[in-house]
Ligand binder design. Structure first.
Ligand SMILES: [Fe+2]
Ligand SMILES: [Fe+2]
Length: 219
């Protein structure tokens, strides 16, 4: 299988899994049932920081320029998302002075991605899969904001944050389409993608997270 065909197969696998999600299901999972704008914005602060850190962490040990560029872009954009979300929380009257996004530690997915060593695995887990999950989560969040009449939060996500998460996924996909030319790189990319789907908090309430196509570890 050539690289673009292989990557299209991985995208189809993810879409099959996402299609099983009910309306708002990623939000319930992420907030432990506290589905409202403020707690979800607070939860988002942590994922944006984690994504920024992972992008920056990969930079010096990623030799491929297209992959390095994807990580650098992500690092800057995710930190910007953090600032925008913190600004929106302040507008909503939230005081973040004593807020520590890492009070409960880093997420299991952060630890998993940080431990990956090859560019193919890092790109597959981070920009490619994690950003695909972010897109689904954000779409559910925008729908929630629309239902609740929070126009400003909806438009922050719809007009600024979501298009950039989509771009991060696109950059990751392009790198995989260039690098996944051998059975070994395809195996590594598929494993990292499936592991990410299995570990991500946003998908934790799906009864069955496997795509049926590969091994999923206990998370
Ligand atoms: Fe982001
Ligand atoms: Fe992103």
């Amino acid at each position: 299988m050539n690289a673009p065909e292989f990557v299209a197969g991985l995208v189809a696998e993810m879409q099959t899994l996402f299609a099983r999600l009910a309306e708002g299901q990623t939000l319930e999972a992420e907030s432990q049932g506290n589905v409202d704008v403020v707690p979800l914005l607070r939860a988002a602060l942590k994922s944006e920081l984690e994504a920024a850190e992972l992008g920056g962490y990969a930079l010096p040990t990623t030799p491929e320029i297209d992959a390095k560029s994807a990580f650098a872009q992500q690092c800057a954009d995710e930190m910007k998302h953090y600032r925008l979300i913190a600004g929106r929380l302040a507008e909503l009257g939230e005081n973040l002075e004593s807020h520590d996004p890492f009070a409960d530690g880093y997420s299991p997915l952060y630890h998993y991605i940080k431990g990956l060593k090859t560019t193919v695995e890092r790109i597959a887990a981070g920009p490619f899969a994690r950003e695909a999950i972010a897109e689904v989560r954000n779409a559910q969040f925008i729908a929630l904001c629309d239902r609740l009449g929070d126009v400003a939060t909806a438009s922050l996500y719809r007009d600024v944050i979501q298009p950039e998460e989509v771009e991060h996924h696109r950059l990751g996909r392009a790198v995989l389409e260039r690098l996944c030319t051998t059975p070994e790189t395809q195996r590594l990319a598929a494993e990292a993608t499936r592991n990410t789907l299995a570990i991500a908090d946003e998908l934790s309430t799906l009864a069955e997270r496997t795509t049926g196509l590969g091994p999923i570890p206990a998370s």
